[in-house]
Design a protein around this ligand. Structure first.
Ligand SMILES: CC(C)(COP(=O)(O)OP(=O)(O)OC[C@H]1O[C@@H](n2cnc3c(N)ncnc32)[C@H](O)[C@@H]1OP(=O)(O)O)[C@@H](O)C(=O)NCCC(=O)NCCS
Length: 279
């Protein structure tokens, strides 16, 4: 790989469809089947706040070779999607691209970069760790065929209010994907249930109830309230399977989810690169 052949450009000049096609190519051969739909790209840009100005297309010898979606909140950024097209992998190009994104974050005066990566995605984990990213915590996904419901005191509340409560009550370092800011953008096919300070944002479909957002903290009362909300929801949506994507801090929610009857599904690392750390 000759670094002189590599360059990046803004995504702002690309159409929505072109960005989707580039992402699909970058995630070919990914460790899990992954379909980039219009809905999922819309969620990356709007819900997860990826910026078209900070996101980059990678060019090698002038040809498109990869893409990175990058979001910015204040002096912090997050890599929301990152990949090199299959025919360009294994030649040091991914490392060049990542180093370039890190340098751009430094140039913008940022203090840290977050990202999440499936722990089974060994090439990506090795790349991030060797570039200095440190595992901040483990994020788990959860599944249940069904679990015991108990009609309880949980009340349905407005989705926007639920999102605000997640911001107020949760630990400050939640992954952006399940942060209150992201939850402000979920659609009307979601419902929010609340009890005390605890909130769950759920998306019920005919067969599965998806857990999209939760107030996440170590406070025992909050965890008990969350468990009561979820039991209440299970009594309402009897016979449905349950699914939570791997975005939920395991050390905070693992025991509660296991007690409810959930099994751990996929596991990710929440990684951070501290740009202000000394050498
Ligand atoms: C992860 C990915 C971006 C790496 O890009 P790449 O251009 O192949 O990476 P490089 O050739 O620059 O290698 C950089 C480092 O990555 C790691 N790596 C790359 N391929 C690897 C493999 N097949 N097995 C183990 N480690 C690997 C190594 O640490 C390597 O450094 P080294 O060569 O000094 O050992 C690429 O595999 C990809 O696009 N995968 C699909 C999308 C994806 O998984 N994105 C990350 C989602 S969070």
């Amino acid at each position: 790989m000759n670094p002189a052949d590599c360059a990046t450009e803004e995504l702002a000049g690309l159409t929505f469809r072109q960005i989707r096609t580039q992402l699909a190519r970058a995630f070919e051969g990914y460790c899990k089947p992954l379909r980039i739909t219009e809905e999922s790209l819309d969620w990356m840009l709007v819900g997860q706040g990826a910026s078209l100005l900070a996101s980059r297309r990678l060019l090698v010898g002038g040809e498109p070779a990869g893409i990175a979606l990058v979001g910015i909140r204040g002096r912090t950024s997050r890599i929301a999607g990152f990949g090199v097209f299959p025919e360009f992998r294994g030649r040091g190009i991914g490392r060049w691209f990542l180093e370039r994104l890190v340098q751009e974050a430094r140039d913008r005066g940022e203090s840290r970069i977050w990202l999440e990566v499936l722990l089974e995605n060994e090439p990506a984990v090795r790349l991030y760790e060797s570039a200095g990213f440190r595992r901040h915590r483990t994020l788990a996904g959860w599944i249940a065929r069904e679990f015991e419901g108990v009609f309880g005191r949980a009340q349905e509340i407005d989705l926007e209010e639920a999102a605000r409560r997640i911001v107020r009550v949760s630990v400050p370092d939640l992954p952006w994907l399940i942060s209150g800011e992201a939850m402000c953008h979920v659609g009307g096919d979601h419902e929010a249930l609340a009890l005390g300070n605890a909130v769950a944002i759920l998306r019920p479909t005919e067969s599965v109830v998806q857990i999209r957002g939760l107030t996440v903290s170590a406070a025992p009362t909050l965890l008990q309230q969350l468990a009561e909300i979820l039991r209440h929801a299970a009594s309402r949506w009897k016979g449905r399977a349950w699914y939570a994507a791997p975005f939920f801090p395991e050390e905070l929610l693992g025991a509660t989810m296991t007690q409810l009857g959930f099994a751990r599904d996929l596991v990710q690392g929440q990684y951070v690169l501290d740009l202000e750390a000394g050498p």
